[in-house]
Design a protein around this ligand. Structure first.
Ligand code: HSE
Length: 401
């Protein structure tokens, strides 16, 4: 019998409980033994619900029980999750978590502790929900030099951008609809300002680089400034606007960034819409590899957590993946990163724009009082310098290659 404990009975934690009960036979076959939830830790009571029988309120009940070999952490946030996970690893238990804040902030330390104790710290569900991406990067793609990881890593913002594009909604109206449909939180900043995607790309970057990438170092822009006018130009070009999180090696530099970008039809992420996530990985040997699926939601995310439980059960006493070290990886300043930009300018700024950016073909997207144009491929620093000379500039969006 593989006895596990689940810390946090929210959406994902209750999903884990459901997956273990629904897929009992499959798990027995794949893990080699029955998987049983011995404890669920939560501060709340759940009277009359099946979970009541295994509900506890003291983490030490789990830590001190030698029969519990694997602990699932689905509490979210850094504390008390960090303290509890650390205690579990110190007690020689493997941990599977869906908590991106915890992995982005404390991943290196927890991976080192897991190695010291010959157990595992797994976190497949922390990025891309139910999409397999962590284990493929740590295992299937380890023969490659991964030169780029670019993803749509946030379902809420992808849903909002899809609504804005297909139904001509404003950002505010699309956000309200997402909230009414339960896709966006009442406090939406973490999603719409890109902080959630930033933590996820920090985790993927750390794996690819083998060193700790601090999410605080990643340039992050959300989607709250994307407008229906921006979509008028995107539609005219036949392109999509997506919130892209990317990590890229270029000319000896390593850049990481979260920002809205125009995506062309030939790009693998172009067709990733609604709440779906997509992650494109480019390796020097394998070329482009694309991962697609549900990046959030109870069942999909819980499926990834329970798969980690199975992986831990199959590897007792062996730390399967090193992950990344605590040595910090310094990212390059994005000022030297090169991109093309779509720029929108008030009509009266035409001369100033031509003087600052050079000749261009002005685009008319039937938006009154303004025009748009595409720059050449230039560095962020060159763009900022030119843009400062055009006070009539309304907005700019980067173009994904
Ligand atoms: N808020 C996240 C999203 C949930 O919208 O993608 C998954 O991390």
């Amino acid at each position: 019998m593989i006895q596990i404990a689940v810390m946090g009975f929210g959406t994902i934690g209750s999903g884990v409980f459901d997956v273990v009960n629904t897929n009992r036979e499959i798990l027995r076959k794949n893990a080699g033994d029955d998987v049983e939830v011995k404890y669920v830790l939560d501060i709340r009571e759940f009277p009359g619900q099946p979970v009541e029988k295994v509900l506890i309120h003291d983490v030490d009940t789990i830590i001190q029980d030698p029969d519990v070999s694997i602990v699932v952490e689905t509490m979210g946030g850094v504390e008390p999750a960090f303290t509890f996970v650390k205690k579990a690893l110190e007690a020689g238990k493997s941990v599977a978590t869906s908590n991106k804040e915890l992995v982005a902030k404390k991943g290196a330390e927890l991976l080192a502790l897991a190695k010291e104790k010959s157990v595992n710290f797994f976190f497949e569900a922390s990025v891309g929900g139910g999409i397999p991406i962590i284990r493929p990067l740590l295992s299937c793609l380890t023969a490659d030099d991964i030169e780029e990881v670019t993803g749509i890593l946030n379902g809420t913002t992808n849903y909002i951008l899809t609504k804005m594009n297909r139904e001509g909604m404003s950002f505010e109206a699309a956000l309200k609809e997402a909230q009414d449909n339960g896709f966006a939180e009442r406090k939406p900043e973490a999603d719409v300002e890109g902080y959630d995607a930033c933590r996820k790309i920090a985790i993927l970057s750390s794996i690819v680089l083998g060193q700790r990438v601090d999410f605080e170092d990643i340039y992050t822009e959300g989607i709250s400034k994307v407008t229906t006018e921006d979509f008028a130009y995107a539609n005219k070009l036949g392109w999509e606007i997506k919130l892209l999180a990317s990590s890229q090696k270029a000319d000896g530099n390593v850049y990481a960034m979260v920002a809205p970008a125009l995506v062309k039809p030939g790009h693998p992420l172009y067709a990733v819409s609604d709440v779906f996530n997509g992650i494109m990985v480019h390796g020097n040997m394998v070329d482009d590899v694309m991962f697609y699926g549900r990046g959030a939601g109870k069942d999909a995310t819980a499926s990834a957590v329970v798969a980690d439980v199975v992986e831990a059960a199959k590897n007792p006493g062996v730390t399967v993946y090193g992950g990344w070290t605590e040595e910090k990886k310094a990212l390059s300043d994005i000022a030297t990163s090169r991109k093309q930009f779509l720029v929108r300018v008030k009509n009266e700024g035409l001369e100033a724009a031509r003087a600052a950016f050079g000749e261009f073909d002005a685009m008319d997207a039937c938006v009154e009082g303004e025009f748009g144009f595409l720059t050449k491929e230039i560095s962020e620093a060159e763009f900022a310098e030119a843009a400062a000379k055009v006070p009539e500039m309304l907005h700019r969006i980067r173009v994904q290659k």
